[in-house]
Design a protein. Structure first.
Length: 442
């Protein structure tokens, strides 16, 4: 059954979240616009402003909604999560206030599955409560999209592993209490079977930050994405998560949901750009009329609405695919969910860039100035085309899954849609009907 409506009880929660984000959290975006600040647990802003807001979210029962109730979350399915993320996407502080910020959300899922009792107490519990933040380190400076090129190695030495190598763009490292790192432990097999996942507490000797890299709109040297170097860094054997060689399976659990969260947060940003576009063209006057009197400007607004609506439905459908796959455990459903997640991931940057660009354009100089949030919102598009894997890699997944069951045409020269061939078959099928008539079609 198809149903595009939202359960009234859940809609009430979304309405509460929408107002809470606008009234309580968006002002923080304005006061503290640095990408880094939401993660600084020692900071006054976190203690005095964010923590009390987090308590309100917890009291409302919307804290860490991506996690199961056994971990203090809501156990929401992906469709409900998507609808919540659409609201959180409006603000860069909101995911932090709601306990769903990356990479902590994914790291918590990994720890929930693989950590031992002590690690749960030391790392998972404070992470779930929002008292600490964490980092995920997989990408290396020599290449991220191709893990086959990873060279950061760990060698077993008695009860310890010794790590040497480098990692790159480990988000939030400067404030992180620990790192979850993917490291090659068996270089003799393909990396998909030869990499393992480790917990490395901040301050472990041999782990250092070469520098913090920022995004284009941040000051040089101030970014929160850590370029990490490991030199004879020793971690206890129990800090290995899961089995040796299982890092890829672990990473996949973590990345799938995150891609949908980012996509739906992009819908939230896109909606904001749509609202700004509509408001601007209804307000601005030119040549004695409103901007919206110009047909080309109305076309632009329609293009934005259509593109956003198509993408929103695509993301919700992908979320539904994931929920169905989790419910049925069916392998075909799981494969279909993978296809839809990669398709959504590939479509996200272009959708956001197009929509925000149109909003910038109708605002004229103001649109590209630092007095509106549009250039910042636009920057999220190219970033989302890289983070969690480049667009090309995801399109490749889509194509491979589509081709997996593809059969060559019986008629390899002209294919199965060749009109003369089909017409001949149709004439045979309806021979009686056609008997006695002059057939004119060729
Ligand atoms: C904001 C942000 C946060 C990030 N956070 C983290 C994090 O917390 N932890 C972490 O480990 N990493 C993180 N990353 C890194 C991210 O995962 C990598 O940047 C990404 O996997 C791409 O790797 P790369 O930058 O080395 O690009 P490359 O692998 O060098 O790819 C560059 C380009 O080459 C092309 N290309 C590459 N492979 C293919 C292919 N198979 N087919 C066709 N074209 C291809 C594409 O155009 C691609 O964009 C983050 C990145 C960003 C931007």
């Amino acid at each position: 059954m198809w149903d595009f409506s939202t359960d009234p009880g859940f809609q009430a929660e979304l309405d509460w979240a929408g107002e809470f984000v606008r009234e309580e959290i968006e002002p923080l975006d304005l006061l503290f616009p640095g990408n880094d600040e939401p993660y600084d647990r020692a900071g006054r802003v976190y203690r005095e402003a964010v923590r009390p807001l987090q308590e309100q979210v917890k009291a409302r029962g919307l804290w860490a909604a991506h996690l199961p109730p056994s971990l203090g979350g809501m156990g929401m399915g992906q469709v409900q999560l998507a609808l919540l993320n659409e609201i959180l996407g409006r603000s860069s502080w909101a995911p932090m206030v709601f306990g769903t910020q990356a990479p902590d959300s994914g790291n918590a899922e990994i720890l929930a599955h693989y950590a031992n009792e002590e690690q749960r107490r030391t790392f998972l519990e404070p992470l779930l409560d929002g008292r600490i933040v964490s980092t995920f380190a997989m990408t290396e400076p020599s290449g991220g999209a191709d893990p086959g090129g990873f060279t950061c190695r760990a060698v077993r030495d008695g009860d310890e592993w010794v790590i040497d190598g480098e990692k790159w763009f480990a988000s939030n490292y400067p404030h992180a209490a620990f790192v979850i790192a993917m490291v090659v432990t068996d270089p003799d097999v393909p990396v998909q079977r030869g990499a393992s996942m480790f917990i490395i507490p901040q301050g472990t000797p041999g782990m250092e930050m070469v520098r913090g890299t920022g995004l284009g709109n941040e000051k040089l040297g101030e970014g929160a994405h850590g370029y990490l170097r490991f030199t004879g860094c020793r971690v206890p054997a129990e800090n290995l998560l899961g089995d040796p060689g299982s890092a890829f399976a672990i990473a996949q659990t973590r990345l799938g949901g995150g891609r949908l969260h980012h996509a739906m947060r992009s819908v939230g940003l896109g909606k904001r750009a749509l609202e700004m576009t509509t408001e601007r063209i209804a307000s601005r006057t030119t040549r004695g009329g409103r901007l919206s009197d110009q047909q080309s400007v109305r076309q632009l607004l329609a293009d934005t609405w259509i593109q956003l609506e198509q993408f929103r439905l695509q993301v919700l459908h992908a979320a539904w695919q994931v929920d169905r796959s989790a419910r049925t455990g069916d392998r075909g459903h799981a494969r279909s969910a993978r296809l839809h997640i990669s398709a959504v991931k590939a479509a996200t940057p272009k959708t956001l860039v197009d929509i925000v660009y149109r909003a910038m354009h109708v605002h004229g100089a103001l649109g590209v100035s630092n007095e509106l949030p549009l250039t910042r919102m636009w920057n999220a598009g190219p970033v989302l085309g890289i983070a969690d894997g480049p667009t090309e890699v995801h399109k490749d997944v889509v194509a491979k899954l589509l081709l997996a069951d593809a059969e060559p045409a019986e008629d390899r020269l002209f294919g199965s849609e060749h009109i003369p061939t089909r017409l001949a078959a149709a004439r045979v099928k309806y021979a009686e009907l056609l008997a006695g008539e002059t057939v004119v079609a060729r």
